[in-house]
Design a protein around this ligand. Structure first.
Ligand SMILES: Nc1ncnc2c1ncn2[C@@H]1O[C@H](COP(=O)(O)OP(=O)(O)O)[C@@H](O)[C@H]1O
Ligand SMILES: [Mg+2]
Length: 233
């Protein structure tokens, strides 16, 4: 099991106010599994994803990554764990505008102290996996939204993480670019990468091996969404 979450709660503290967001979450992700997370806006999906990705910590309960509990790790240790195990893809790419595609991809490798020449080769390999090896020296502004997201995916996978986390990766894309991203995810998953992906679109979620729902901070296997046209696509 790569991810095991037990009785996890998360409260945000906002001034004097405590805002409970996640309630007693239990969830598991097996090695190489592909899980989609769906739920209404504000239900706590991003909060859960940030905890999974060590960008935030739970208030109580446990999160085991490959059986290890890192909840008391320092910021530095968390950064190292992220770098070693996890790739993260966001809706809005978060690319550095002044860095070329390959330089963006190689950022997690700089963190590991890998020399520039080797970084470029590894970035090229990752860009090849997303079909952008011919855009190595392009800046983000010279790329389409879909291509930027593919660069962001290359950045997430250049370290060969076992777990890929994606928070609405197709949310800002047209359907054709979105489909390309989904095909890349399918192929990464076939190569053994476990994926946890948040999405609003059922047609996207359906590609995962399992859909997990969140309502008001509680996890559920049941689909309580109102039917939409997207469901029958
Ligand atoms: N940093 C924060 N401080 C206080 N409340 C927050 C913070 N981040 C998110 N929230 C609250 O937590 C709830 C869940 O947010 P979020 O996880 O972003 O939902 P989703 O991704 O499902 O739309 C929302 O009510 C939001 O207002
Ligand atoms: Mg969100």
């Amino acid at each position: 099991m790569i991810v095991e979450i037990k009785d996890l709660c998360k409260d945000y503290v906002q001034g004097e106010q405590i805002v409970p967001v996640l309630h007693h979450i239990n969830m598991q992700v097996d090695e190489g599994e592909y899980v989609a997370i769906m739920g209404p806006s504000g239900s706590g999906k991003t909060t859960l994803m940030n905890i999974l990705g060590y960008l935030d910590v739970q208030t109580s309960g446990t999160y085991l990554l490959e059986g290890m509990d890192y909840s008391h790790a320092t910021d530095e240790e968390m950064a190292r764990i992220r770098n070693e195990y996890i790739g993260f893809v966001f809706q809005t790419y978060y690319l550095m505008q002044r860095q070329k595609a390959w330089e963006n991809v190689s950022l997690p490798l700089s963190f590991r102290g890998i020399p520039r020449k080797e970084r470029r080769e590894m970035a090229e390999e990752a860009l090849r996996r997303v079909g952008l090896e011919d855009r190595m020296d392009f800046y983000p502004r010279q790329l389409s939204g879909g291509q930027c997201q593919r660069v962001a995916i290359a950045r997430a996978i250049c370290t060969n993480p076992k777990l890929l986390l994606a928070d609405e990766p197709t949310g800002a894309l047209d359907s054709k670019s979105g489909l390309q991203i989904m095909e890349i995810f399918d192929s990464l998953n076939r190569d053994g990468v476990a994926i946890v992906m948040i999405t609003h679109e059922y047609s996207v979620a359906k590609r995962a091996s399992r859909i997990q729902y969140i309502y008001d901070g509680c996890i559920s296997d049941r689909d309580l969404r109102p039917r939409t046209e997207d469901d029958i696509k």
